[in-house]
Design a binder for this molecule. Structure first.
Ligand code: SR1
Ligand code: MG
Length: 403
């Protein structure tokens, strides 16, 4: 079966041939469902008669969202396997566990998280966000210390960065996040009632140049092995905060690369904004503001965890507490900038979000206006704003956006 694509009919045979996997489920009575609803891969849930399950994820030689006309090597599976292993070692409580990686067939075997739900799905249905984003701030901090020169030392850091280049998927991010929304693309689309808004964006020189500045940061900053696509659709949650079974896990890190750590925070914030905007245009103002508060929660958790891990740095004589404070200023600036880019591309670009896409026309029109207004402000006017000022600006935008 070398190199072949798995199907629901061949998965049991595949598992039977894998020594690491075959004792985890009873392959003689396996139910297999293909559930991949992401943009790139096949995903199989394989459950036996006793209810034990594993998940298999296989990358295809093309982008699933588009089809064989957008070819892509399956190497992304190796990028995901590596980052899951590294991130999982640093924060096993917040990362989906990798059971095995088959490099030849580009298949990851993953822990069964089917008792969790995707955070975006939960939020779209009005579910609770309390406590869901805070662990991601902590995860990002552990990744920053654990995969950067701060704990690895400069030489090992350079080696790691050179060994985890992810050219194809970085190119997707470069085009979909930083280029196409601003310069235009056949892959872009919005409903006709938002077309004038997109045209205005593309003619706004300050907006476009601020986006290109973030593209430069994306291309040139090598801080840590970032997840690369950390958003509410890459997070599983189970239960409610405070309950014994409460759990939050990041998954789907195939976009991982050595990049700016603010990219992970910013993508998450841009998607928190989408959830908040959805709540707002549906008349849930309090919930919208509470969702927006998750942004500061993530930042505070990130800073708290980073300070806690700071003693792990190998060269305290060089990297003082004052250095850390100045670094945090840069990371915060990057995070707002990337968040602003993410807000726009999730409305215009190829990879849209259901938070906005499933709104009716009236809600959609106000939603786009909010995503653009806040996104632009985060990107273009971010440098001097405090979290309180960002919150006030969001509240004012909610008041003013009436169609
Ligand atoms: C063609 S891939 C499009 C998007 O899907 C992924 O989840 C990333 O967000 C990427 O930008
Ligand atoms: Mg994905």
């Amino acid at each position: 079966m070398s190199g072949s694509m798995l199907t629901t009919d061949t998965v049991a045979q595949y598992i039977a041939g894998r020594p690491v996997l075959r004792d985890l489920v009873d392959v003689t009575e396996l139910t297999v469902d293909e559930v991949g609803d992401g943009n790139l891969n096949l995903v199989f849930i394989c459950r036996d008669g006793a209810g034990k399950a594993i998940v298999l994820k296989q990358s295809l030689p093309y982008v699933r969202l588009v089809g064989p006309e957008w070819p892509m090597t399956e190497d992304r599976a190796a990028r995901e396997a590596h980052s899951l292993a590294v991130h999982g070692a640093l924060a096993p409580e917040w990362v989906c566990a990798l059971l095995e990686f088959n490099e030849e067939q580009h298949v990851l075997a993953l822990e069964d998280l089917t008792d969790h739900e995707v955070l975006r799905t939960r939020l779209n249905h009005g579910g609770s966000h309390a406590g869901t984003c805070e662990p991601m701030g902590r995860l990002v901090a552990r990744v920053l210390v654990g995969t950067s020169w701060i704990a690895l030392g400069e030489e090992a850091f350079r080696l790691q960065a050179s060994e985890t280049v992810n050219t194809e998927l970085c190119r997707i991010s470069e085009e979909l996040i930083f280029t196409e929304p601003y310069l235009g693309s056949a892959r872009n689309s919005v409903r006709p009632l938002a077309e004038a808004r997109v045209a205005a964006l593309q003619q706004d020189a300050s907006w476009v140049s601020a986006a290109m500045r973030m593209k430069r940061r994306f291309l040139t900053v090598q801080e840590a092995l970032v997840h690369g696509d950390l958003h509410s659709g890459s997070m599983f949650v189970r239960g409610e905060v405070g309950e014994p079974n409460f759990s939050v896990k990041a998954f789907d890190s195939e976009f991982a690369f050595y990049g700016p750590i603010g990219f992970d925070l910013g993508l998450l914030w841009g998607n928190i904004l989408a959830a908040a905007v959805r709540a707002s245009v549906r008349g849930e103002t309090e919930r919208a503001l509470s969702l927006l508060d998750e942004i500061e929660v993530v930042w505070e958790a990130f800073v708290d965890e980073l300070r806690a891990a700071w003693p792990l740095r190998t060269k305290p004589e060089q990297y003082s507490d004052a250095f850390l404070d100045s670094w945090l200023v840069d990371i915060l600036d990057d995070s707002w900038g990337f968040a602003g880019c993410e807000a726009v591309r999730r409305v215009i670009g190829l990879a849209k979000v259901s938070d906005i896409e499933t709104l009716d026309d009236d809600e959609y029109e106000r939603g786009v206006e909010l995503m653009f207004t806040i996104g632009r402000s985060w990107l273009v006017d971010r440098s001097t704003r405090t979290f309180d000022e960002h919150r006030e600006q969001f509240a004012a935008a909610l008041q003013s956006v009436t169609v």
